[in-house]
Design a protein around this ligand. Structure first.
Ligand SMILES: *Cc1c(COP(=O)(O)O)cnc(C)c1O
Length: 359
Protein backbone atom coordinates (compact mmCIF):
# COMPACT_ATOMS: atom_id res chain seq x y z
CA UNK A 1 0.00 0.00 0.00
CA UNK A 2 1.32 3.44 -0.82
CA UNK A 3 0.64 6.26 1.54
CA UNK A 4 -1.62 9.11 0.46
CA UNK A 5 0.45 12.25 0.84
CA UNK A 6 -1.00 15.75 1.26
CA UNK A 7 0.45 18.72 -0.61
CA UNK A 8 3.84 20.09 0.53
CA UNK A 9 3.68 22.18 3.69
CA UNK A 10 0.38 20.90 4.99
CA UNK A 11 1.82 18.48 7.53
CA UNK A 12 4.02 21.33 8.88
CA UNK A 13 0.94 23.25 9.98
CA UNK A 14 0.28 23.35 13.71
CA UNK A 15 -3.42 23.86 14.39
CA UNK A 16 -4.47 27.42 15.20
CA UNK A 17 -5.17 27.94 18.89
CA UNK A 18 -7.92 30.45 19.61
CA UNK A 19 -8.65 32.39 22.78
CA UNK A 20 -10.19 30.31 25.58
CA UNK A 21 -13.92 30.76 26.00
CA UNK A 22 -14.71 28.75 29.14
CA UNK A 23 -13.23 27.90 32.51
CA UNK A 24 -13.56 24.44 34.00
CA UNK A 25 -16.06 24.53 36.78
CA UNK A 26 -16.90 28.20 36.39
CA UNK A 27 -20.38 29.37 35.49
CA UNK A 28 -20.60 32.75 33.88
CA UNK A 29 -17.25 33.99 32.66
CA UNK A 30 -16.03 37.32 31.37
CA UNK A 31 -14.25 36.55 28.12
CA UNK A 32 -11.58 39.11 27.31
CA UNK A 33 -9.36 36.79 25.31
CA UNK A 34 -10.41 37.32 21.67
CA UNK A 35 -10.76 41.08 21.25
CA UNK A 36 -14.51 40.90 20.87
CA UNK A 37 -16.67 44.02 21.05
CA UNK A 38 -18.27 44.36 24.53
CA UNK A 39 -21.30 46.11 22.99
CA UNK A 40 -21.82 43.41 20.35
CA UNK A 41 -23.09 44.23 16.87
CA UNK A 42 -25.21 47.17 15.77
CA UNK A 43 -28.91 46.51 16.49
CA UNK A 44 -29.47 47.28 12.80
CA UNK A 45 -27.07 44.51 11.79
CA UNK A 46 -28.82 42.11 14.13
CA UNK A 47 -32.21 43.04 12.63
CA UNK A 48 -30.87 42.54 9.10
CA UNK A 49 -29.49 39.15 10.12
CA UNK A 50 -32.84 38.13 11.59
CA UNK A 51 -34.59 39.29 8.43
CA UNK A 52 -32.47 37.10 6.17
CA UNK A 53 -34.85 34.16 6.21
CA UNK A 54 -34.89 33.17 2.53
CA UNK A 55 -32.71 30.23 3.35
CA UNK A 56 -33.64 28.33 0.18
CA UNK A 57 -32.25 31.09 -2.05
CA UNK A 58 -28.62 31.21 -3.09
CA UNK A 59 -26.91 34.47 -2.19
CA UNK A 60 -25.68 36.87 -4.86
CA UNK A 61 -22.14 36.08 -5.95
CA UNK A 62 -21.01 39.66 -6.55
CA UNK A 63 -21.59 41.06 -3.01
CA UNK A 64 -22.64 44.30 -4.74
CA UNK A 65 -24.68 45.77 -1.89
CA UNK A 66 -22.10 44.97 0.80
CA UNK A 67 -19.29 46.40 -1.34
CA UNK A 68 -21.36 49.53 -2.01
CA UNK A 69 -21.98 49.99 1.72
CA UNK A 70 -18.29 49.52 2.58
CA UNK A 71 -17.27 51.82 -0.28
CA UNK A 72 -19.59 54.59 0.88
CA UNK A 73 -18.51 54.42 4.52
CA UNK A 74 -14.79 54.40 3.84
CA UNK A 75 -14.71 56.43 0.60
CA UNK A 76 -13.51 53.53 -1.56
CA UNK A 77 -14.28 52.33 -5.08
CA UNK A 78 -16.56 49.25 -4.69
CA UNK A 79 -14.95 47.61 -7.75
CA UNK A 80 -11.69 47.41 -5.87
CA UNK A 81 -13.19 45.63 -2.85
CA UNK A 82 -13.34 41.85 -2.33
CA UNK A 83 -15.29 40.22 0.51
CA UNK A 84 -14.45 37.04 2.33
CA UNK A 85 -15.39 34.74 5.18
CA UNK A 86 -13.57 36.92 7.68
CA UNK A 87 -10.48 38.78 6.59
CA UNK A 88 -8.76 35.45 7.15
CA UNK A 89 -10.27 34.27 3.87
CA UNK A 90 -9.07 37.37 2.04
CA UNK A 91 -5.58 36.70 3.39
CA UNK A 92 -5.93 33.15 2.11
CA UNK A 93 -6.93 34.42 -1.35
CA UNK A 94 -3.80 36.52 -1.65
CA UNK A 95 -1.40 33.87 -0.34
CA UNK A 96 -2.96 31.12 -2.45
CA UNK A 97 -3.10 33.23 -5.61
CA UNK A 98 0.41 34.64 -5.42
CA UNK A 99 2.66 32.20 -3.57
CA UNK A 100 3.53 28.53 -3.88
CA UNK A 101 6.33 26.02 -3.29
CA UNK A 102 9.75 27.67 -3.40
CA UNK A 103 8.33 31.12 -2.61
CA UNK A 104 8.74 33.01 0.64
CA UNK A 105 6.17 34.94 2.63
CA UNK A 106 7.52 37.40 5.18
CA UNK A 107 5.78 38.18 8.46
CA UNK A 108 7.03 39.76 11.65
CA UNK A 109 8.10 38.40 15.03
CA UNK A 110 4.88 39.09 16.93
CA UNK A 111 2.64 38.87 13.85
CA UNK A 112 -0.70 37.06 13.66
CA UNK A 113 -0.30 33.29 14.15
CA UNK A 114 -2.45 32.68 11.04
CA UNK A 115 0.34 34.02 8.79
CA UNK A 116 2.72 31.04 8.89
CA UNK A 117 -0.31 28.75 8.56
CA UNK A 118 -1.49 30.60 5.44
CA UNK A 119 2.02 30.46 3.95
CA UNK A 120 2.21 26.70 4.47
CA UNK A 121 -1.30 26.18 3.11
CA UNK A 122 -0.01 27.67 -0.13
CA UNK A 123 3.09 25.45 0.02
CA UNK A 124 5.27 28.53 0.50
CA UNK A 125 7.90 29.12 3.18
CA UNK A 126 7.06 31.51 6.03
CA UNK A 127 9.96 33.81 6.94
CA UNK A 128 9.79 35.51 10.34
CA UNK A 129 11.48 38.91 10.77
CA UNK A 130 12.43 40.41 14.17
CA UNK A 131 10.64 43.46 15.56
CA UNK A 132 12.27 46.25 17.61
CA UNK A 133 10.88 46.61 21.11
CA UNK A 134 7.48 45.30 20.02
CA UNK A 135 7.31 47.56 16.97
CA UNK A 136 7.52 46.40 13.36
CA UNK A 137 10.99 47.07 11.93
CA UNK A 138 10.72 48.23 8.32
CA UNK A 139 14.45 47.96 7.66
CA UNK A 140 14.57 44.38 8.94
CA UNK A 141 11.70 43.46 6.62
CA UNK A 142 13.41 45.05 3.63
CA UNK A 143 16.66 43.28 4.50
CA UNK A 144 14.83 39.92 4.49
CA UNK A 145 13.44 40.37 0.98
CA UNK A 146 15.11 38.28 -1.72
CA UNK A 147 14.23 36.94 -5.16
CA UNK A 148 11.99 34.27 -3.62
CA UNK A 149 9.87 36.77 -1.64
CA UNK A 150 6.32 37.07 -2.97
CA UNK A 151 4.31 38.62 -0.11
CA UNK A 152 4.86 40.63 3.06
CA UNK A 153 2.11 40.20 5.68
CA UNK A 154 1.96 43.07 8.13
CA UNK A 155 -0.51 43.75 10.96
CA UNK A 156 -0.88 47.45 11.64
CA UNK A 157 -1.68 48.17 14.40
CA UNK A 158 -0.11 44.97 15.66
CA UNK A 159 -1.66 42.07 17.53
CA UNK A 160 -0.76 41.28 20.33
CA UNK A 161 1.55 44.31 20.61
CA UNK A 162 -1.06 47.00 19.97
CA UNK A 163 1.63 49.23 18.45
CA UNK A 164 1.32 51.16 15.19
CA UNK A 165 3.92 52.14 12.62
CA UNK A 166 3.55 55.56 11.01
CA UNK A 167 2.21 56.31 7.55
CA UNK A 168 5.72 57.45 6.63
CA UNK A 169 7.13 54.05 7.62
CA UNK A 170 4.44 52.26 5.62
CA UNK A 171 5.34 54.34 2.57
CA UNK A 172 9.03 53.62 3.13
CA UNK A 173 8.25 49.90 3.26
CA UNK A 174 6.16 50.01 0.09
CA UNK A 175 8.84 52.08 -1.66
CA UNK A 176 11.55 49.63 -0.69
CA UNK A 177 9.81 46.49 -1.94
CA UNK A 178 10.43 45.13 -5.44
CA UNK A 179 7.47 45.89 -7.72
CA UNK A 180 6.44 42.23 -7.83
CA UNK A 181 6.23 41.73 -4.06
CA UNK A 182 2.78 42.27 -2.57
CA UNK A 183 2.48 44.22 0.68
CA UNK A 184 -0.59 43.14 2.65
CA UNK A 185 -1.60 45.58 5.39
CA UNK A 186 -3.86 43.65 7.77
CA UNK A 187 -5.95 46.37 9.38
CA UNK A 188 -8.15 44.33 11.71
CA UNK A 189 -7.82 47.06 14.38
CA UNK A 190 -7.65 50.12 12.11
CA UNK A 191 -10.81 51.72 13.50
CA UNK A 192 -9.31 51.84 17.00
CA UNK A 193 -6.14 53.68 15.93
CA UNK A 194 -6.15 57.44 16.19
CA UNK A 195 -5.81 59.22 12.86
CA UNK A 196 -4.89 56.07 10.94
CA UNK A 197 -6.84 55.00 7.86
CA UNK A 198 -5.44 51.50 7.42
CA UNK A 199 -3.13 52.38 4.54
CA UNK A 200 -5.94 53.36 2.14
CA UNK A 201 -3.81 55.85 0.21
CA UNK A 202 -1.12 53.27 -0.42
CA UNK A 203 -3.61 50.59 -1.43
CA UNK A 204 -5.22 53.07 -3.81
CA UNK A 205 -2.02 54.31 -5.40
CA UNK A 206 0.16 51.18 -5.60
CA UNK A 207 -0.52 48.16 -7.75
CA UNK A 208 1.10 45.88 -5.14
CA UNK A 209 -0.53 46.92 -1.87
CA UNK A 210 -3.59 45.17 -0.44
CA UNK A 211 -5.41 46.41 2.66
CA UNK A 212 -7.56 43.91 4.60
CA UNK A 213 -10.27 44.81 7.10
CA UNK A 214 -12.81 42.95 9.17
CA UNK A 215 -16.29 43.09 10.69
CA UNK A 216 -15.08 40.87 13.55
CA UNK A 217 -13.65 43.52 15.85
CA UNK A 218 -15.19 47.00 16.12
CA UNK A 219 -18.32 45.88 14.27
CA UNK A 220 -18.87 43.10 16.80
CA UNK A 221 -19.59 40.41 14.20
CA UNK A 222 -16.80 37.91 14.81
CA UNK A 223 -19.31 35.07 15.01
CA UNK A 224 -20.70 35.84 11.57
CA UNK A 225 -17.36 35.82 9.68
CA UNK A 226 -17.16 38.79 7.30
CA UNK A 227 -14.02 40.55 6.10
CA UNK A 228 -12.86 42.46 3.07
CA UNK A 229 -9.86 43.63 1.11
CA UNK A 230 -9.15 46.74 -0.96
CA UNK A 231 -6.45 47.10 -3.57
CA UNK A 232 -5.52 47.37 -7.18
CA UNK A 233 -8.18 46.21 -9.63
CA UNK A 234 -5.88 43.53 -11.00
CA UNK A 235 -5.18 42.07 -7.54
CA UNK A 236 -8.91 41.99 -6.83
CA UNK A 237 -9.71 40.37 -10.18
CA UNK A 238 -7.11 37.66 -9.62
CA UNK A 239 -8.37 36.88 -6.12
CA UNK A 240 -11.98 36.72 -7.33
CA UNK A 241 -10.99 33.82 -9.59
CA UNK A 242 -10.24 31.62 -6.58
CA UNK A 243 -13.07 32.93 -4.41
CA UNK A 244 -15.95 30.49 -4.14
CA UNK A 245 -18.95 32.20 -5.75
CA UNK A 246 -21.20 31.72 -2.72
CA UNK A 247 -18.62 32.28 0.00
CA UNK A 248 -20.87 34.72 1.88
CA UNK A 249 -24.41 33.76 2.86
CA UNK A 250 -27.47 36.01 2.58
CA UNK A 251 -27.33 36.56 6.33
CA UNK A 252 -23.67 37.62 6.23
CA UNK A 253 -24.28 39.97 3.32
CA UNK A 254 -27.33 41.59 4.90
CA UNK A 255 -25.84 41.99 8.36
CA UNK A 256 -22.52 43.25 7.02
CA UNK A 257 -24.15 45.90 4.84
CA UNK A 258 -26.38 47.10 7.68
CA UNK A 259 -23.38 47.23 10.02
CA UNK A 260 -21.32 49.18 7.50
CA UNK A 261 -24.12 51.74 7.16
CA UNK A 262 -24.51 52.29 10.92
CA UNK A 263 -22.01 55.08 11.55
CA UNK A 264 -23.50 55.88 14.94
CA UNK A 265 -22.75 52.41 16.28
CA UNK A 266 -19.17 52.65 15.05
CA UNK A 267 -18.77 56.00 16.80
CA UNK A 268 -20.23 54.63 20.02
CA UNK A 269 -17.98 51.56 20.07
CA UNK A 270 -14.95 53.64 19.27
CA UNK A 271 -15.76 56.14 22.04
CA UNK A 272 -16.18 53.37 24.62
CA UNK A 273 -12.81 51.89 23.71
CA UNK A 274 -11.14 55.31 23.78
CA UNK A 275 -12.46 55.78 27.31
CA UNK A 276 -11.67 52.36 28.80
CA UNK A 277 -8.35 51.62 27.10
CA UNK A 278 -6.32 54.37 28.83
CA UNK A 279 -8.08 53.53 32.09
CA UNK A 280 -6.93 49.91 31.89
CA UNK A 281 -3.39 50.89 30.84
CA UNK A 282 -3.09 53.42 33.67
CA UNK A 283 -4.31 50.89 36.23
CA UNK A 284 -1.82 48.29 35.01
CA UNK A 285 1.07 50.74 35.29
CA UNK A 286 -0.13 51.78 38.73
CA UNK A 287 0.16 48.12 39.70
CA UNK A 288 3.69 47.96 38.33
CA UNK A 289 2.73 46.06 35.18
CA UNK A 290 4.32 47.42 31.99
CA UNK A 291 2.34 48.10 28.83
CA UNK A 292 2.73 50.11 25.64
CA UNK A 293 0.16 52.68 24.55
CA UNK A 294 -2.26 50.56 22.56
CA UNK A 295 -3.84 51.57 19.26
CA UNK A 296 -6.29 48.65 19.38
CA UNK A 297 -9.07 47.22 21.56
CA UNK A 298 -6.70 45.31 23.80
CA UNK A 299 -3.72 46.00 26.04
CA UNK A 300 -0.65 43.78 26.20
CA UNK A 301 0.22 43.59 29.90
CA UNK A 302 3.88 42.67 30.44
CA UNK A 303 4.65 41.13 33.80
CA UNK A 304 8.07 40.60 35.35
CA UNK A 305 8.35 37.10 33.93
CA UNK A 306 6.36 34.07 32.84
CA UNK A 307 5.71 32.92 36.40
CA UNK A 308 4.24 36.28 37.37
CA UNK A 309 2.02 36.31 34.27
CA UNK A 310 0.80 32.82 35.12
CA UNK A 311 0.05 33.88 38.67
CA UNK A 312 -1.92 36.94 37.51
CA UNK A 313 -3.73 34.78 34.94
CA UNK A 314 -4.71 32.33 37.68
CA UNK A 315 -6.02 35.17 39.86
CA UNK A 316 -8.09 36.52 36.96
CA UNK A 317 -9.48 33.06 36.25
CA UNK A 318 -10.37 32.63 39.90
CA UNK A 319 -12.52 35.72 39.43
CA UNK A 320 -14.08 34.26 36.27
CA UNK A 321 -12.08 36.41 33.85
CA UNK A 322 -10.42 34.88 30.78
CA UNK A 323 -7.59 36.77 29.09
CA UNK A 324 -5.09 35.56 26.51
CA UNK A 325 -1.70 34.03 27.29
CA UNK A 326 0.57 35.07 24.45
CA UNK A 327 3.64 32.87 24.85
CA UNK A 328 2.99 31.61 21.33
CA UNK A 329 3.41 35.17 20.09
CA UNK A 330 6.78 35.57 21.79
CA UNK A 331 5.50 37.03 25.06
CA UNK A 332 5.65 34.35 27.77
CA UNK A 333 5.54 37.21 30.31
CA UNK A 334 2.47 38.75 28.69
CA UNK A 335 -1.29 38.70 29.04
CA UNK A 336 -3.35 40.23 26.26
CA UNK A 337 -6.45 41.77 27.78
CA UNK A 338 -9.36 42.88 25.61
CA UNK A 339 -10.75 46.28 26.57
CA UNK A 340 -14.27 45.74 27.86
CA UNK A 341 -16.97 48.15 28.96
CA UNK A 342 -16.69 50.19 32.17
CA UNK A 343 -17.96 47.41 34.44
CA UNK A 344 -15.80 44.74 32.84
CA UNK A 345 -12.69 46.89 32.95
CA UNK A 346 -13.47 47.58 36.59
CA UNK A 347 -13.60 43.83 37.27
CA UNK A 348 -10.18 43.30 35.66
CA UNK A 349 -8.65 46.13 37.64
CA UNK A 350 -10.18 44.88 40.89
CA UNK A 351 -8.97 41.32 40.27
CA UNK A 352 -5.42 42.44 39.51
CA UNK A 353 -5.39 44.83 42.45
CA UNK A 354 -6.41 41.97 44.72
CA UNK A 355 -3.74 39.77 43.18
CA UNK A 356 -1.03 42.40 43.77
CA UNK A 357 -2.04 42.82 47.39
CA UNK A 358 -2.33 39.08 47.94
CA UNK A 359 -0.44 37.18 45.26
C1 LIG B 1 -8.87 39.38 14.60
C2 LIG B 1 -7.85 39.52 13.54
C3 LIG B 1 -8.20 39.39 12.20
C4 LIG B 1 -9.62 39.19 11.81
O1 LIG B 1 -9.88 37.95 11.35
P1 LIG B 1 -11.32 37.62 10.77
O2 LIG B 1 -11.08 36.45 9.93
O3 LIG B 1 -11.75 38.81 9.97
O4 LIG B 1 -12.22 37.39 11.94
C5 LIG B 1 -7.23 39.52 11.24
N1 LIG B 1 -5.95 39.80 11.58
C6 LIG B 1 -5.58 39.95 12.85
C7 LIG B 1 -4.19 40.30 13.18
C8 LIG B 1 -6.52 39.81 13.87
O5 LIG B 1 -6.15 39.96 15.16
Amino acid sequence: MTKITPQPGIMDIALYVGGKSYLDGAGEVLKLSSNENPLGPSPKALAAFQGATDLHLYPPTDHADLRAAIGKTWGLEPDRIICGVGSDEVLQFVTQAYAGPGDEIIYTEHGFSMYPILARMAGATPVCVAEQERVVDVDAILAAVNERTRIVLLTNPGNPTGTLISDADLVRLADGLPFDVILVIDGAYTEYADGYDGGVDLARARHNVLMTRTFSKIYGLGGLRIGWGYGDQELIDVMNRIRQPFNLSNAQLAAGAAAARDDDWLTRCSALNAEQRPRLAAALRQLGVACDDSQTNFVLARFADEAEAASADAALQADGIIVRRVGGYGFPEGLRITVGDAGQTGRVIAALTGWRENP
